[in-house]
Design a protein around this ligand. Structure first.
Ligand SMILES: [Zn+2]
Length: 268
């Protein structure tokens, strides 16, 4: 889930290499088929301008199209140009000028291994891959050269993903987000008291996961997805889980206006 800044770094590493050459080099890596769920999420999303002609998988986009390139696990990254590996290895990123999203398929499983409380199931890994891919397509569609803070763009891209996720997948996303939130707390602070839902120390500790990096911490993003689902579905179970934790979670100032915009967009 890299940002454009990462791509700029990658491009600098390559000297005068252009986005086009970066894409051409990435395209030479071995690719693998995308799951039907990933394809469905993205196809729903890009059926409107500027990508009204749809998406292509593992191929160059034509006029009015965008493309997803899914790099196969165990791709020979050491043989790839340095900038390509820097941008896309163990990552998911986009090249706006080429209308391409490039994801290293190994990233999904490896990232969750470090960020969940319980080992991610195959279904959770697939849903996470939808999140990552959908997020990057959100950047492609929404990030014109607007002058908004980086983290605002990230929440906006996550919101765009959620809008284009099939409603029947929202409940599994609650489980995945809860698993990620609990896992992130566990990795940061060690074992927590037993409990249900988000597992945290409810004895008054303040959790500060806000960050100055391009992307908000994954816990903040997982919690925001839960907040959005709670609002959209008026879900008392999610509310009961979130409200006590939110009181101990330092709020991220870049979220407020975005939350209102996102919730408005979800009421379609
Ligand atoms: Zn992003």
């Amino acid at each position: 889930m890299a940002s454009l800044r990462l791509l700029v770094v990658a491009i600098l590493l390559l000297g005068c290499t252009s986005d086009h050459r970066l894409a051409a080099a990435a395209k030479r890596l071995p690719m693998m088929p995308a799951s039907a769920a990933v394809v469905a999420t993205v196809q729903r999303a890009v059926a409107t301008p500027p990508f009204h002609a749809g998406i292509r998988i593992n191929a160059s986009p034509g006029k009015g199209q965008a493309a997803l390139w899914l790099i196969a696990p165990r791709a020979p990254w050491s043989d790839a140009p340095r900038g390509v590996a820097a941008a896309f290895w163990e990552n998911c990123a986009n090249i706006r000028s080429e209308a391409v999203v490039i994801c290293d398929a190994a990233f999904f499983q490896n990232y969750l291994r470090e960020h969940t409380l319980y080992p991610a199931s195959k279904a959770e890994i697939d849903l996470f891959s939808q999140w990552c891919v959908g997020h990057e397509f959100g950047h492609l569609v929404l990030d014109a050269d607007d002058d908004v803070p980086a983290q605002y763009r990230e929440y906006r891209a996550d919101c765009w993903f959620l809008r284009n996720l099939a409603p029947e997948e929202w409940t599994p996303l609650v489980s995945l987000s809860t698993n990620i939130a609990s896992g992130t707390i566990r990795h940061a602070f060690g074992p927590q008291p037993l409990g249900a839902g988000i597992i945290y120390d409810y004895n008054g500790r303040t959790y500060d996961f806000t960050s100055d990096a391009d992307h908000p911490e994954i816990l903040m993003r997982a919690v925001r997805l839960l907040v959005l689902i709670e609002h959209r579905r008026h879900d008392p179970a999610v509310s009961a889980m979130l409200r006590p934790f939110a009181r101990q979670l330092r709020q991220d100032p870049s979220w407020g206006a975005n939350q209102d915009l996102c919730i408005g967009g979800l009421r379609r």
